[in-house]
Write a protein that binds this ligand. Structure first.
Ligand code: AGP
Length: 615
């Protein structure tokens, strides 16, 4: 996620903005930039790299005078990380300058129209399109900046938190919000703008948090004017008096980044399919896949290579791809694949899944596959990461930076991308019926609200965690699509609570693990409505007969398992193929609460790194 910072007031803007950008570094980024109004002109400096790189570049490149300015840390979505694509962006005249956090989905059609009108673009970004659309409207309609911004935003589709100013009117900044956060700090004769309050909390704790589809004109010497973007209605803004400290703000008020990221899943799943899943039109648009559809459709085999949680997402994909695409799929631990002298041909397609895009074993597996002639497709969360550059093509998840070492939102956004890939290919291949295809488009569109519903059981799950926090071992059982979720649930518990946990296919119990069952063994069973439901109920009865303690994940309204289980965690009904996206939620929360109750370092568990860049 990008970070935005702005200042207008009676102090030098540069140090406030630079420090503000440093405060937003936790949001993750790949480039940074700043624009200052020095009383006559706009001074701009921007660079790929860190805020510290920007700082050393600024002092040699530009004058840092001025009491008006904006700054940005970029998490690339359109256009690779480089100086030109970094924000801020000028309009073609050089009069306007903008920073933006979000995605303009229809930027390509707007850009095409502006080029016809003679606009020239320097970058690949959607943001540069937006600032030129604003300029075009301002000139054509002969309106002020605020009105031009409002008209422009009524023409764009997507998400944004923007700040823009006009060098011919240096006493105001115009801001607007839809889908990305934007806070306005209210000081004494000065105003701050930022993605959250961390850049200005030391100057003021009075803040206005814009709501979606609101904009504000911030002008020196008068109150902030907030209005609706659609309909022009004035809004009486609520000025909050913030009681949060810096660290609490970075975590969005959550106690840990992991909990914040668990709760971000409805938003980031939507961000991941935004502009790609067009359910009403029955279309899935995946830019990285368009040129390689035949490669997949004609493949003899799909090999998925990954590690850890990403490997579990790959296992879910095996069920999805074989069910819908009818192409054999193998899921390989990258660390094993790279050394076992596997048989790979140019009729194989390899999918590499990695949140960080830097995992050494996955990278090595990719290189081996490419050497043997396979086509390699990446599913990564970090734009411009090594794996995203090493693969022939790919699709990014839009989960935003995942700070907690335990992967949560990466898992669900990876499955979201893999589901879209499978649906799109199965439609081309004709191996999925139109009704089934359309049903799953709509079901996928509803997943964010299903995840929100699953999150509402948090308090109940916390109470279950209290009961079992001192257990020495856990078993996690699932069947079909939810067998990988059982593995993932066990990994989550292991890696943050240090309690041993093992995931198993539920039917495997009788082949050994059932010997472990006694009244000290909590068994988490995923028993949602599915083709396997009756069989899972039998597995629960087998465990119950041996005094095992049952914690069951069930479809809300379930009555059978409710009679058998000691505790239940309810999730909303979804299609079986998409159920991992919701059944994983209670397991994430269960492991989180147990780890917190045990006093573990949840965000940085012992012995673990967020990205395993060495063997
Ligand atoms: C999962 O919670 C772990 N943090 C770990 O297993 C992780 O999934 C694995 O190291 C793979 O990382 P990647 O997705 O960045 O490649």
């Amino acid at each position: 996620m990008c970070g935005i910072v702005g200042y207008i007031g009676n102090r030098e803007a540069y140090p406030i903005i630079l420090n503000g950008l440093k405060r937003l570094e936790y949001r993750g980024y790949d480039s940074a930039g700043i624009a200052l109004y020095d009383g006559t002109n706009i001074q701009m400096c921007k660079t790929k790299g860190k805020v510290s790189d920007l700082e050393s570049k600024v002092t040699s490149d530009i004058s840092t005078a001025g009491k008006l300015g904006i700054g940005h840390t970029r998490w690339a979505t359109h256009g690779i990380p480089n100086d030109v694509n970094s924000h801020p962006h000028y309009s073609m005249s050089g009069d306007l300058v903008i920073i933006h956090n979000g995605i303009i989905e229809n930027y390509a059609s707007i850009k095409k129209e502006l080029i016809k009108r003679g606009y020239i673009f320097k970058s690949e970004t959607d943001t540069e399109v937006l600032v030129n659309l604003i300029e075009d409207i301002k000139i054509k309609e002969k309106v002020k900046l605020g009105k031009a911004v409002q008209i422009a935003l009524n023409q764009v589709i997507g998400a944004y938190a923007i700040a823009v100013f006009d060098r011919n009117k240096p006493d105001e900044i115009v801001v607007a919000k839809l889908g990305s956060p934007l806070a306005i700090g209210i000081g004494e004769d000065e105003f701050f703008v930022a993605s959250d309050a961390t850049p200005f909390i030391e100057f003021t704790n009075n803040a206005i948090y814009l709501e979606d589809e609101e904009m504000a004109i911030i002008r020196l010497g008068r109150e902030v004017r907030v209005r609706k973007i659609k309909g022009d209605q004035l809004v009486d803004p609520y000025v909050q008096e913030l009681q949060l400290n810096l660290e609490q703000i970075e975590k969005g008020g959550y106690e840990h980044f992991m909990l914040k990221e668990i709760y971000e899943q409805p938003t980031v799943i939507k961000d991941t399919y935004r502009g790609r899943l067009l359910a009403d039109q029955g279309i899935i648009k995946l830019g990285g896949l368009e040129d390689y559809i035949q490669k997949f459709v004609n493949a003899n085999r799909i090999i998925i290579v990954a590690c850890g949680t990403s490997w579990h997402a790959g296992l879910v994909a095996e069920y999805i791809f074989e069910d819908w695409l009818r192409i054999p799929v193998e899921v390989e631990y990258a660390s094993e694949f790279r050394y076992r002298n596997p048989i790979i041909t140019d009729k194989d397609v390899v999918i590499a899944i990695s949140q960080s895009g830097e995992t050494a074993d996955t990278l090595a597996a990719i290189k081996l596959a490419k050497q043997q002639g396979a086509f390699v497709y990446g599913v990564c969360n970090v734009v411009g990461s090594t794996i995203s550059r090493e693969t022939h093509s790919g699709t990014y998840t839009h989960a935003g930076p995942e700070i907690g070492v335990a992967s949560t939102k990466a898992f669900t956004t990876q499955i979201t991308v893999l589901t879209m890939i499978a649906l799109k290919l199965a439609k081309v291949k004709g191996t999925i019926s139109k009704s089934n295809y359309m049903m799953h488009l709509r079901e996928l569109e509803l997943i964010p609200s299903c995840v929100e519903e699953a999150l509402r059981s948090d308090e109940k799950i916390k109470a279950i965690a209290e009961v079992f926090k001192d257990a020495s071992n856990f078993l996690y059982l699932g069947r079909g699509y939810n067998f990988p979720v059982a593995l993932e649930g066990a990994l989550k518990l292991k890696e943050i609570s240090y309690i041993h946990a093992e995931g198993y296919p539920a039917a495997e119990m009788k082949h050994g693990p059932i010997a472990l069952i006694d009244d000290q063994m909590p068994v988490v069973v995923i028993a949602v409505n599915s083709n396997h439901y009756e069989k899972v109920v039998s597995n629960i009865e087998e465990i119950k007969a041996r005094q095992g303690k049952i914690i069951a994940v069930v479809t809300e309204g379930d009555t059978s398992v409710k009679e058998l289980a000691d505790y239940i965690m309810e999730v909303p009904k979804t299609s079986e193929n998409l159920s991992p996206l919701v059944t994983t939620i209670p397991l994430q929360l269960l492991s989180y609460h147990i780890a917190v109750m045990l006093g573990r370092n949840v965000d940085q568990p012992r012995n673990l790194a967020k990205s395993v860049t060495v063997e």
